[in-house]
Design a protein around this ligand. Structure first.
Ligand SMILES: C[S@@+](CC[C@H](N)C(=O)[O-])C[C@H]1O[C@@H](n2cnc3c(N)ncnc32)[C@H](O)[C@@H]1O
Length: 217
């Protein structure tokens, strides 16, 4: 398996991406609307989407709250271009970059959301991100994470060691972002969210390996 850089991976798969996600990921027809239903419904709320892609979760969210202001961050200019076409009449600001590097304004967001994006990263990368995210939320703010999780600690270790093996065999840059699934267990993810300062983090629903976690500031 030849590893591709994260943005190249998604750029190459933009055609048919929405259909693939909605029809081939188990539970997707339920977890997108469910995730959107947890986001705030008041007019004028500020919501941050980490790895918004083509905006699948936002399509459901804007149908529930067309007056929300959303900031969407994604590495892939092509995914963002597809998203932009869908939401020309919505209050949305798009940032093309990595959510690890983009600064977040403190106490700015009523809620944050991330769907099927964070399962590519290490615990250390996520801990730093979650601290920054916690500080970016208002006092009553919260984070809705819907993602793919490892079924056991052994599986989690296996994915990371496979990634290191592939990177070294293929002579890849140690710090660049490559597309390879390295999900943590949901329990490990919750530990990180608590360590980052979230007061409460819990699984709300599961669809096979996908779970929705709600973490309150
Ligand atoms: C599987 S897609 C999910 C997109 C959308 N949330 C959805 O569920 O359809 C993962 C997205 O995360 C983005 N992504 C991955 N790592 C990222 C990073 N470090 N910063 C910003 N976006 C990232 C990818 O470019 C891609 O668009």
């Amino acid at each position: 398996m030849k590893l591709e850089k994260m943005d190249d991976f998604f750029a190459a798969r933009i055609d048919g991406y929405d259909r693939h996600m909605l029809t081939e990921i188990e539970g997707a027809e339920e977890f997108y609307p469910y995730t959107a239903s947890l986001l705030p419904r008041e007019h004028g709320v500020n919501v941050l989407d980490l790895g918004c892609g083509t905006g699948l979760e936002l399509e459901y969210y804007f149908s529930l709250n067309g007056e929300a202001s959303v900031v969407g961050i994604d590495l892939s200019a092509d995914m963002l271009a597809a998203l932009k076409q869908k939401f020309s009449d919505r209050k949305i600001r798009l940032i093309c970059g990595s959510y690890f590097d983009v600064p977040f304004e403190e106490s700015r967001f009523d809620a944050a959301v991330s769907v099927e994006s964070l399962h590519h990263f290490t615990a250390g990368q996520k801990l730093r991100l979650y601290k920054k995210l916690n500080a970016a939320l208002t006092h009553s703010g919260y984070f809705v994470l819907t993602d793919y999780f490892a079924e056991s600690q052994e599986a989690e270790h296996f994915y990371f060691s496979e990634l290191e093996r592939l990177k070294s065999r293929q002579g890849l840059e140690p710090d660049a972002l490559y597309h390879y699934d390295t999900p943590l267990t949901a329990e490990h993810e919750i530990e990180l969210l608590r360590e980052a300062g979230f007061s409460d983090a819990r699984i709300l629903r599961s669809w096979n390996s996908t779970r929705t976690i709600l973490a309150r500031r």
